[in-house]
Design a protein around this ligand. Structure first.
Ligand SMILES: [Zn+2]
Length: 242
């Protein structure tokens, strides 16, 4: 695939992932998806500021790691593009990022004793998830909790370290993956893991996966992501992949 064709495929992938995640309730009017630019490790693609369900390939712009739009200086980017920029800067293994304000996940970001841990076999990627990132620790009191500049984006990326998902206090979470399909899958199942734990706690104290189980489950699940992606594309009326 040429660089141009790869870019086109990734623009379509961002539109598809945005619609899938909106359809599944992981994104609503807010939240966003990005992917690292093909052949340019220092750039990434994401939609201009727009509700995810409305994103089409033509809305995708290219940004540098300082959050500047390099493809269309007149485009209005998302305020929180620095989440994505700093994750790509810190993590060479990250190829895609999803940021969500999921109400299923929010409770796990605001109760100090709550920790996001893998509770079912699909969610092994949650092993080692850090405690919620608190922007007040880095930007002081009185912020709007958004990641509006490189400094707080970099602090968030350091907080995530080498893990897959970072909860954000009173805000939501961010999931990373090697591909847009993996980041999307992790975002969907982060919310499901939270729902399962909440329901399990109505019955009693739940058991969680051990670290060894989580690693084994994650290895299995990573081979199955294409099945979920194909289902979601069909469910949301997206054309079959070429
Ligand atoms: Zn946000």
């Amino acid at each position: 695939m040429t660089g141009e064709a790869a870019g086109e495929a990734l623009r379509a992938g961002i539109a598809d992932a945005s619609r899938i995640l909106a359809g599944l309730g992981i994104l609503d009017a807010f939240g966003h998806v990005s992917v690292r630019s093909p052949g340019r490790a220092d750039r990434f693609l994401m939609s201009r500021s727009l509700a995810p369900a409305l994103v089409g390939p033509g809305d995708v712009i290219e940004l540098d790691l300082d959050g500047n739009c390099v493809s269309d200086p007149a485009a209005r980017p998302f305020l929180e593009r620095f989440i994505h920029a700093e994750l790509y800067r810190l993590r060479a293994d990250v190829g895609a990022v999803v940021h969500s304000h999921s109400p299923d996940v929010l409770p796990f970001t605001v109760v100090p004793t709550a920790r996001m841990r893998p509770i079912c076999h699909i969610c092994g990627f949650l092993a080692g998830t850090p405690a919620p990132f608190d922007v007040a620790d880095h930007a002081g009191p009185g912020t709007d909790l958004l990641i509006r500049e490189s400094a707080t984006g970099a602090a968030l990326a350091r907080h995530l370290a080498d893990k897959a998902v970072v909860p954000m206090r009173g805000h939501g979470f961010t999931a990373v993956g090697e591909t847009i399909e993996q980041a999307t899958f992790r975002a969907v199942y982060t919310a499901r893991n939270c729902r399962i734990e909440r329901e399990a706690r109505m019955l009693g104290e739940p058991l969680f996966l051990t670290d060894e189980e989580a690693a084994a489950c994650d290895a299995t699940t990573n081979g199955q992501i294409g099945r979920a992606w194909a289902l979601w594309r069909d469910q949301w009326g997206l054309p079959a992949a070429a």
